[in-house]
Design a protein around this ligand. Structure first.
Ligand SMILES: [Zn+2]
Length: 207
């Protein structure tokens, strides 16, 4: 099954993506992670990606898509995958349609107040970039790769978080309409516990 998972920062998207990945035995492809890994290589593409990162600019869609095309060709994607962090805008959604057919799009909805408090309490894996809320408060190791979980500086700045949430909202609306029109959008409430959210998603991906 080819799945796209959408949701704002703080929606639990990373955690849920990891859980679905384990349940369905298909890879979770985080675009942020893909970009970070590419910058560590020595290819021409890597140099381009690094250039944008150094300038603090968003990596252009065409480069992201090149990275994605390469990743989707890997053998572990033959039974499906979960995309996290892509598409980020309508153009990317349209480009994705040209590449491959997506079966289901899961949208995790939460209100801005919930997002804000969760972002301020979350940790990011310094190795793979997975973000987790500190709900257990004991183990600060990444559940995906075992890396060390750290706090990001921009996760503590309330205004910066609000700006990020606004950008997300503006970009996500056309993507939501796009997938609604295709009849493959499934909304789940991210306000509940991790287990309850996962139950909702499990129903969507197994029905
Ligand atoms: Zn990790």
């Amino acid at each position: 099954m080819r799945i796209v998972i959408l949701g704002p920062a703080g929606s639990g998207k990373g955690t849920q993506g990891t859980l679905i990945s384990k349940k369905l035995n298909i890879p979770l492809i985080s675009i942020g992670d893909l970009v970070r890994r590419e910058t560590k290589k020595h290819s021409t593409l890597a140099q381009k990606v690094a250039w944008y990162s150094v300038q603090g600019l968003l990596v252009p869609d065409e480069i992201i898509i090149k990275l994605l095309v390469k990743r989707l060709k890997a053998t572990d994607c033959k039974n499906g995958f979960i995309l996290d962090g892509f598409p980020r805008n309508l153009n990317q959604a349209i480009e994705l349609d040209k590449l491959i057919e997506i079966d289901k799009v899961i949208l995790i909805k939460i209100d801005n107040k919930t997002a804000l408090s969760r972002i301020q309490g979350r940790f990011v894996c310094s190795n793979c970039g997975l973000t987790l809320s500190n709900d257990k408060n004991t183990d600060l190791k990444c559940i995906s790769c075992g890396g060390t979980m750290i706090k990001r500086k921009d996760d503590l700045n309330e205004n910066a978080i609000k700006t990020r949430l606004n950008i997300y909202e503006n970009n996500i609306e056309p993507i939501i309409s796009h997938y609604k029109n295709k009849g493959i959008l499934f909304e789940v409430s991210g306000e509940k516990s991790k287990t309850e959210v996962f139950e909702q998603i499990s129903q969507v991906v197994t029905e």
